[in-house]
Each structure stands twice: as structure tokens, then as C-alpha cells.
Design a protein around this ligand. Structure first.
Ligand SMILES: [Zn+2]
Length: 125
């Protein structure tokens, strides 16, 4: 189903890459988590497929953060995953700030807010 346009920014004419989510940031296969939304591969231009990866990691971390703050079982309750997640958020922000303009898929302020929350959360032991 190559439509010829990027499903992130709508650009056409350039090379498009097939993007399938596969596994999430915490190494869990996606089809068990979100059967409806993320199973079908989509087509993205080079820049958007990179941002799509960032968006996936951001969403995964945010979901787990929400569970953690709600007192539910969360991947972030493991100290090493917690550290890995905060390092990854910092990376995402660095990449967003290095790129020119906004990412079509990810809002910089959202990522920054999540990182601040993570930084003030109690580090699990
Ligand atoms: Zn694009």
C-alpha cells in the first residue's frame, strides 16, 4: 500500500521507508499491547521514520510513567529501565533541538515535561 506520500509530513516524491513498530522501548512486542493502532506498517520519508522511532520511545516511556505514578506495575519500577528511559528522553530532546523546525510527530515541550517529571520522581531501588 505505497501511497507515494509520507504519512508523517505528507511529503511526496522522495524515498519512503516502511515503518513497523515491532518491539517497544522496553523490548515487548507491540501486537500484544496495541492490537488496533500500531500493527500495520506505514510509509515515511527518511526524516519522519527517524522521528517515528523517537515518538514510539516517548510514548512507551510516558505510558509506563503514568502507570508508575498511578501506583501500578511499571517497567520504570526497575531501576535500570528507569535510568535507560531518562537517558533516552534526554537523547530525544537533544535530537529535537538539533533538528531544524518542529518534528511533525513529536512536541518538544511534551518530551521536556515528561523528562522533568521523571527527574523529580523517586528513583526506584
Ligand atoms: Zn515525512
Amino acid at each position: 500500500m505505497d501511497t507515494g506520500t509520507c504519512q508523517g509530513c505528507g511529503a511526496s516524491g522522495g524515498p519512503l521507508m516502511k515503518f513497523s513498530l515491532g518491539k517497544d522501548f522496553f523490548g515487548r512486542p507491540y501486537d500484544r499491547l496495541s492490537p488496533s493502532s500500531d500493527q500495520s506498517p506505514k510509509w515515511y520519508c527518511t526524516a519522519c521514520s527517524m522521528h517515528k522511532n523517537l515518538q514510539r520511545d516517548f510514548r512507551d516511556i510516558r505510558t509506563e510513567y503514568d502507570k508508575l505514578s498511578a501506583g501500578q506495575g511499571s517497567e520504570l519500577a526497575k531501576g535500570d529501565e528507569f535510568l535507560r528511559a531518562s537517558v533516552r528522553l534526554r537523547e530525544i530532546i537533544t535530537i529535537l533541538e538539533a533538528g531544524q523546525g518542529q518534528s511533525p510527530l513529536l512536541e518538544g515541550p511534551d518530551v521536556r515535561l515528561l523528562m522533568e517529571r521523571l527527574n523529580t520522581a523517586t528513583m526506584p531501588v
